[in-house]
Design a protein around this ligand. Structure first.
Ligand SMILES: NC(=O)c1ccc[n+]([C@@H]2O[C@H](COP(=O)([O-])OP(=O)(O)OC[C@H]3O[C@@H](n4cnc5c(N)ncnc54)[C@H](O)[C@@H]3O)[C@@H](O)[C@H]2O)c1
Ligand SMILES: O=C(O)C(=O)C[C@]1(C(=O)O)C=C[C@@H](O)C=C1
Length: 302
């Protein structure tokens, strides 16, 4: 049996449009409705036939939904939920895909008192955004982390888990605060480093813009991909997951200073030991089959 029959997606960007595409493939009889605050995005979603219906208000979009998934930037979750709260059916389950969870859980619980909320985070994405950037296989073999508040109906949790399993994801459940600390180091800090390194390189007088482009075939190129990620999304992530990111940044700065000292004093053994350890970590990730599959999964550009 299908976990949900009428699914509404609020926010039709990379993630919202990927969920719509993946649902079409995995659960073709599900009735899909979409809504986005931006009328141009709604028109594009219509033209791409991503949904059975593209509604022109949040309320109209949720009126007969049994699952509503918020796919808006984390700083907009509370307002987007408040927008449809009055029209939400009493038995609907609300979920989201936000990249940080504690603050989103708080904002959704405040906007939707008494509603069953099962927050989720598919740990899958690209640097692109908007409805044209999505693709149906984005969630294949990727983690989807559920962070339900204590006391959430276990049946609702299992239905949301099953929905994501059908989109190809593997499920993990954890507390929102734990999620935010883990993702601060594995996702948020790497983005901050990429934004910094690309910004620094382009600011340096002797490294002109054209040289940055010309010599970016190596490691730097990987950083430029990450640093091309959506500015609104990432501004919201850093402001929303502030404490965990600052904690990880402090730890990272200390480790960076230790490396700086090792280079200054010619401590080759220290450098070699660290680089050997990190090489083993990368090999472990590949052996577990968790290497980034996205390049094979529908990207049309790099
Ligand atoms: N991009 C990724 O790699 C990735 C991965 C996992 C999770 N996420 C999370 O998914 C969410 C969406 O990210 P995305 O990459 O799809 O962004 P996106 O920019 O591609 O799409 C977001 C859409 O939300 C719409 N929107 C903004 N405020 C709204 C509101 N109040 N009501 C209705 N629509 C509104 C925007 O118009 C936009 O079309 C974010 O919370 C992000 O943290 C992103
Ligand atoms: O591959 C990328 O482009 C991503 O940044 C994806 C990524 C990540 O950091 O892993 C980014 C943010 C999300 O919340 C989940 C996934």
């Amino acid at each position: 049996m299908l976990p949900f029959a009428r699914v509404t997606i609020i926010g039709i960007g990379l993630i919202g449009s990927s969920i719509a595409r993946a649902t079409r493939v995995a659960m073709p009889t599900v009735r899909l409705t979409g809504y986005d605050a931006d009328p141009e995005v709604r028109a594009t979603a219509d033209a791409l036939h991503l949904f059975d219906d593209v509604a022109d208000s949040g309320g109209a979009a949720v009126i007969d939904a049994d699952l509503v998934i918020l796919c808006v930037p984390v700083g907009a979750m509370g307002a987007a939920a408040a927008d449809f709260a009055a029209d939400l059916p009493a038995d609907a389950v609300v979920s989201d895909v936000g990249s940080c969870k504690a603050e989103v859980v708080r904002a959704l619980s405040e906007a939707l008192p008494g509603v069953t909320i099962v927050p989720a985070h598919p740990v899958a994405g690209t640097e692109r955004s908007g409805p044209e950037a999505g693709f149906a296989t984005l969630f294949h073999k990727r983690w989807c982390i559920l962070t339900p508040p204590e006391g959430t109906d276990p049946v609702a949790i299992e239905r949301v888990a099953e929905f994501w399993r059908r989109l190809g994801a593997d499920i993990e459940t954890m507390a929102p605060e734990h999620h935010d600390r883990v993702l601060a180091i594995t996702s948020h800090l790497p983005h901050l480093i990429a934004y910094t390194i690309v910004g620094t390189a382009s600011d340096m007088e002797e490294v002109t813009r054209s040289e940055v482009i010309k010599y970016s075939a190596g490691g730097f190129r990987d950083f430029t991909r990450i640093a091309a990620s959506d500015p609104t999304m990432w501004r919201d992530v850093f402001l929303t997951n502030r404490e965990a990111v600052l904690e990880m940044l402090q730890r990272f700065s200390e480790d960076l200073s230790a490396l700086q000292r090792a280079i200054r004093w010619g401590k080759g053994d220290e450098l070699f030991d660290l680089f050997s350890k990190t090489r083993a970590i990368r090999r472990g990730i590949i052996e577990q089959g968790q290497d980034d599959p996205a390049p094979d999964f529908g990207r049309t550009h790099d």
